[in-house]
Design a protein around this ligand. Structure first.
Ligand code: IMP
Length: 184
């Protein structure tokens, strides 16, 4: 069976395929821009997006919305992560954190799957913001995020290693468990 992943991010598709393909589910990437509303939580953004898309595309599909929440910045960039990544970038985030000894941060992920109604799966990973960029794998903020209990950043890990600990991996595990129980 095929499930469409509506995203422009090939890195997210690689991570999702790593989980779903062993279940016999082929992940097909489709890029359909959809509104990311200004809201306080990723869940609100994902729910709005999936409902909006359901009126425009046929079949089952999912989207995923994620963000980096930095303790010393009161959770910023959070729901604004994509904008901050595009504007100030990784170096800009390190600069904002320059004087902070509190490096704690977490990544959160919300998957919203549509099969006639929305189903939401969430994951989170705690970690810290490094003092410099490390590694060339992954995407986005991976070179500056080191998950708790590991010495490597996400960008220094393979897709499999990152999936085992990441926010998206945690949401994907819940999604997979649900699919196994609910796919006929
Ligand atoms: P969005 O979910 O595509 O809106 O992503 C929000 C922002 O967080 C984007 O700039 C992504 O590159 C970044 N991001 C999301 N997930 C990850 C991740 O697993 N690692 C690093 N950056 C991420």
């Amino acid at each position: 069976m095929e499930i469409t992943f509506i995203t422009s991010n090939a890195g997210k598709v690689r991570e999702a395929a790593n989980y779903l393909e062993p279940l016999g589910v082929r992940v097909v990437q489709r890029h359909v821009p959809y509104p990311e509303i200004q809201a306080d939580t990723l869940e609100e953004v994902a729910r709005y997006g999936v409902e909006w898309l359901s009126r425009r595309i046929d079949g089952n599909f999912f989207i995923e919305d994620s963000g980096l929440f930095i303790n010393a910045l009161s959770g910023f960039p959070g729901v604004y992560s994509a904008y901050v990544y595009r504007t100030v970038g990784l170096k800009g985030v390190l600069k904002l954190m320059e004087d902070s000894d509190d490096r704690r941060a977490s990544f959160r992920s919300v998957i919203a799957y549509w099969d006639g109604e929305p189903h939401v799966f969430k994951g989170e990973v705690r970690g810290e913001i490094t003092r410099e960029l490390r590694g060339s794998g992954g995407f986005g903020f991976d070179p500056i995020f080191k998950p708790e209990g590991f010495s490597k950043t996400f960008a220094e890990m393979s897709v499999e290693e990152k999936n085992r600990v990441s926010h998206r991996g945690a949401a994907l595990r819940l999604f997979c468990r649900w699919l196994k129980e609910n796919l006929k």
